[in-house]
Ligand binder design. Structure first.
Ligand SMILES: NC(=O)c1ccc[n+]([C@@H]2O[C@H](COP(=O)([O-])OP(=O)(O)OC[C@H]3O[C@@H](n4cnc5c(N)ncnc54)[C@H](OP(=O)(O)O)[C@@H]3O)[C@@H](O)[C@H]2O)c1
Length: 308
């Protein structure tokens, strides 16, 4: 991997120290910064709390210029200590573009590869998973998720079997926009899944009512998608003043404010913002270092946001 030594040490420090610490911990590294990681309960694997999404942003087709531009976004992600990349066969060329970028960057030791099964047909699922391996250019996914619960009964059987055979590390299901939460809750109660992915951000906190607590109770890692409400939140807040007290949790801009709110929830394992821009990736990865807000500060953040 083309990570420089400083970034590598930072990541190594975080991952190595994780087993000694509580599920949500900040780790010191040699350059004096901290990388915040959380553990996946079922496997004890530590994950940096900021991952990245690829919906729309990495769906750039065959354009060499755009593929190279996204490669630089991904390089910045790893440079900042990033781990989880989330994609799906539903996202057009995104999986192929991720595979292209990964190959250009070289061996990515911190990569946590996450994609999805997105079909209602069992036989098609097998072929889709094979194709995803080919496009990403990985031998084994860290996480395969049933996209939007589509055909979950059949697909979970396939995914659990793959996990048992050592062909997959973690199994999950996804939803978004607050859809099908009741069904998701039933799955969380009845199936031995490692992960759920759902929408959770400062203006969509529906998951707090039941699902996040259930995730903690059942030891299911939770990925927060749409952390910026699809970009709307950052656009809306751009012209508003960032409160001076944001520095109390090492927050320097609005994207970090929004991301630190999400990942400071004890049930959330990581957030996966998507971006097309290197400078935005740098800002987003800044939410992976330093202190996180505590419960009192989180309440203050909510009240400040609603006052704007
Ligand atoms: N059902 C599912 O499984 C499901 C559903 C929805 C989403 N997801 C996953 O979750 C990921 C994230 O959700 P999302 O893509 O819908 O939305 P999002 O991450 O909430 O927002 C993405 C938008 O935010 C902007 N942005 C990112 N960083 C920024 C920054 N630092 N400053 C200003 N603008 C910034 C991006 O524009 P720029 O390009 O200009 O930075 C982009 O337009 C998806 O990509 C996907 O992987 C999964």
């Amino acid at each position: 991997m083309n990570l420089d030594r400083r970034a590598f040490l930072k990541i190594a420090a975080g991952v190595a120290g994780s087993s000694l610490l509580s599920p949500m911990s900040a780790f010191a590294h040699k350059a004096g910064q901290t990388l915040v990681t959380k553990k996946i309960s079922s496997s004890n694997v530590a994950l940096p709390v900021i991952g990245m999404g690829t919906w729309i942003t990495f769906n750039v087709g065959n354009s060499q210029r755009l593929r190279d531009a996204r490669t630089e976004v991904l390089r910045e992600f790893f440079h900042g200590g990033g781990g989880m990349i989330d994609s799906s066969p539903m996202y057009g060329s995104a999986e192929a573009v991720v595979g292209y970028a990964l190959e250009k960057i070289g061996e990515a030791k911190t990569l946590f590869s996450a994609t999805k099964v997105w079909t209602s047909s069992v036989s098609e699922a097998q072929e889709q998973i094979r194709e995803s391996h080919r496009l990403w250019r990985v031998k084994r996914f860290d996480l395969l998720q049933v996209h939007n619960l589509e055909g979950w009964r059949d697909h979970l059987k396939t995914l659990f079997r793959m996990k048992e055979n050592g062909e997959l590390r973690h199994v999950g299901v996804t939803t978004s926009h607050g859809l099908r939460h009741e069904e998701l809750e039933r799955i969380m109660r009845s199936e031995p899944i490692d992960f759920v992915q759902l929408t959770y951000n400062m203006v969509d906190r529906d998951a707090e009512t039941r699902l996040l607590g259930l995730g903690q109770e059942r030891g299911i890692a939770v990925i927060a998608n749409r952390p910026f409400d699809g970009g709307y939140l950052v656009r809306r807040l751009k012209t508003k003043p960032l409160p001076a007290w944001a520095s109390e949790f090492d927050c320097h801009n609005w994207p970090q404010f929004l991301l630190k709110f999400i990942v400071s929830h004890p049930a959330i394992t990581c957030a996966i913002p998507a971006t097309t821009r290197v400078e935005h990736m740098r800002e987003n990865m800044g939410a992976c270092v330093g202190r996180l807000p505590d419960a009192a500060m989180r309440a203050r953040m909510v009240s400040y946001l609603s006052s704007l």
